[in-house]
Design a protein around this ligand. Structure first.
Ligand code: PGA
Length: 255
């Protein structure tokens, strides 16, 4: 049985006061056990959140890394630096990075390799645009994005420290969610492709859904066979709501 996994993607939101209030709310409401919880705040707040939540069982992640360990890349941070600040996960290939920062599959593969080099666990985002879905290209797009990194994921055969987040681009920040059936169908396709590497591999990698996940739709999504939790943007900015979404995911282990 795969352990449920829920990650918060704060994107470029937060401020010192917001972080303090969030931590206070989180401590009052945080779920215990049964679910892996990762918070990916802006890098600027990572170490203070890592220090504050050290004993709370929450893991921290970054939203991107640079592919190189060091160099003349003004404004960037290496995966090793993120690890030094307290991160254990890194989101790789988020659609906003692909679209706004011109990250193609080659760049994503290099960043995926960089996270593994630094000992971080990649959360690989894949997902089709609305135009690709309408053109009947949703599966082909997602599988091409997955194939772009599978070689790296499987460099060591028993290495399953790797999370896939299926995030249809048309559902991110739009309030529009893939239906549980649509999401399950793509998750099944993703898991089948992981199965080309090996059955045990496919059965152990967590595949989570992202795209307007909230307290109201989490249960219908997370109860699908191949959906192991979520990558949550907007709703993760409310500690109470995010904790509830984590609890919903955790219940999938209990049941
Ligand atoms: P959303 O974002 O939950 O606000 O749609 C998800 C994401 O971009 O990871």
């Amino acid at each position: 049985m795969r352990r449920p996994f829920v990650a918060a993607n704060w994107k470029m939101h937060g401020a010192a006061r917001f972080v303090e209030a969030y931590l206070e709310d989180w401590r009052k409401t945080a779920p215990r056990g049964a679910v892996d919880v990762v918070i990916c705040p802006p890098l600027a707040y990572l170490d203070r959140i890592a220090a504050a939540l050290r004993d709370d069982g929450v893991l921290l992640g970054v939203q991107t890394v640079h592919a190189e360990p060091a160099g003349a890349y003004t404004g960037e941070h290496a995966a090793e630096m993120a690890r030094d600040l307290g991160a254990t996960y890194a989101i790789v290939g988020h659609s906003e990075r692909r679209r706004l920062f011109a990250e193609n599959d080659t760049v994503v593969a290099a960043k995926f390799a960089a996270t593994k080099r630094a000992g971080l666990v990649p959360i690989l985002c894949v997902g089709e645009t609305l135009a690709e879905r309408r053109a009947g290209q949703a599966e082909a797009t997602v599988l091409a994005q997955l194939d772009g990194v599978l070689g790296h994921a499987c460099a060591e055969p028993r290495d399953t420290d790797f999370v896939v987040a299926y995030e249809p681009v048309w559902a991110i920040g739009t309030g529009e969610t893939a239906t549980p059936t649509q999401a399950q169908q793509m998750h099944g396709t993703i898991r089948a492709r992981l199965g080309d590497v090996g059955d045990a591999f496919a059965q152990s990698v967590r595949v989570v859904y992202g795209g307007s996940v909230n307290v109201d739709n989490a249960e219908a999504l997370f109860t699908q066979t191949d959906i192991d939790g979520g990558l949550v943007g907007g709703a993760s900015l409310d500690a109470v709501a995010f904790a509830e979404i984590c609890r919903v995911a955790g219940r999938q282990t209990d049941s």
